[in-house]
Design a protein around this ligand. Structure first.
Ligand code: UT7
Length: 312
């Protein structure tokens, strides 16, 4: 057996904030945002909806789509840098609300690479037969730590959640290879200071272009695959120019790269699973498809996974 995805679900807030809305809030333009980042709009959660609410809604859907009940979940891992509060963890909050009492539960802080860290951690427990079903959630309410007076960061981020139930799948499916890494010396380029996000955009950009390409290529090689085997690339949806660089490094055609940045912006931990959930729901990703996922983020962190979809 291998460790794969049994069911996936997503939740995005209803409120849409467009680039044109931002034009009215700060000195920016739809043209600048679209050409520099690829973003057209993003979702913003209301005051009544916190990170754990979005995590809960996405998780409920993922568990249902896996054909399971919350009682079947052995471990809950929530990747987030915007928890409701430092503790209890979002994982514990949704464990109670889902009715998954007794399962282990913890949050993972690896910023935009968080879901990759979550999936790879889940894989270890599943491969070792310690746990059968692991709920992995990527969720952020970045709007609550966004500095709306800083146009260089405020236009980038959005809110959202996506969850995957991971468990045993037949050999040849699920996670085929992975890479995780971090370089704490780059922490100064992207961090939260008091209440808000601070970023050295140019430095993060340079790091991201290099690391996303390297990690994506490395997991493809580790799995013994070639570029022809890749059906879809899901890069962290941070900036279309960074995403394009990783696609070019893998030397795969444009239609093989999944792109949701235009409608959700950068949702950090949630960005990769949100794109995955969207593509599965839309019937784009089908059983047997080979997917390369790659993310980078504050820490600095990075992570990549090759996953063959299906095999339940
Ligand atoms: O999940 C990881 C999170 N972080 C990232 O993914 C960030 C990675 N970095 C980036 O995506 C890019 O560096 C940015 C999108 C943040 C910025 O793009 P850039 O091409 O590196 O622009 P820049 O910082 O070099 O700024 C170019 C110009 C500047 O004006 P001057 O100095 O040339 O007159 C900025 O002041 O664009 C200006 N600018 C804006 N103009 C209109 C910066 N933000 C904006 C804005 N609207 N929102």
């Amino acid at each position: 057996m291998a460790a794969g995805v049994l069911g996936i679900g997503k939740f995005v807030p209803e409120r849409i904030l467009t680039n044109f809305d931002l034009e009215k809030m700060m000195d920016t333009s739809d043209e600048w945002i679209r050409t520099r980042t690829g973003i057209e709009e993003r979702r913003i959660a209301d005051d009544q909806t916190d990170t754990s609410d979005m995590a809960y809604f996405a998780s409920e859907r993922a568990i249902k789509n896996a054909g399971l009940t919350p009682k079947d979940i052995d471990l809950i891992l929530v990747a987030t840098v915007t928890p409701d509060q430092p503790f209890p963890s979002v994982a514990c909050m949704i464990q109670d609300r889902l009715g998954a009492r007794g399962s282990a539960a913890m949050d993972i802080s690896a910023a935009c690479a968080g879901f990759m860290y979550g999936m790879v951690t889940a894989k270890q427990f599943i491969d070792s037969n310690a746990y059968k079903h692991v709920l992995v959630v990527g969720v952020e309410k970045l709007s609550k730590i966004t500095n709306w007076d800083d146009r260089s960061t405020a236009v980038l981020f959005g809110d959202g959640a996506a969850a995957a139930v991971m468990g045993p799948v037949s050999e040849g499916n699920g996670i085929l290879s992975f890479e995780l890494g971090a370089d704490g010396s780059g922490g100064k380029n992207l961090y939260q200071d008091k209440e808000i996000i601070k970023m050295n955009g140019r430095e993060v950009f340079k790091f991201a272009v290099r690391q996303m390409g390297e990690s994506a290529a490395s997991v493809v090689e580790k799995a013994g695959l070639t570029k022809e085997d890749i059906d879809y690339l899901i890069p962290h949806q941070a900036n279309i120019r960074i995403m394009e660089a990783s696609r070019e490094r893998l030397d795969i055609p444009e239609e093989k790269m999944i792109k949701t940045i235009q409608k959700y912006g950068n949702t950090s931990s949630s960005s990769i699973p949100l794109a995955l959930a969207d593509s599965v729901e839309n019937g784009v990703i089908k059983d047997g498809d080979l997917i390369v996922m790659v993310g980078f983020g504050g820490g600095l962190t990075w992570g990549a996974v090759t996953l063959r979809w299906g095999g339940k």
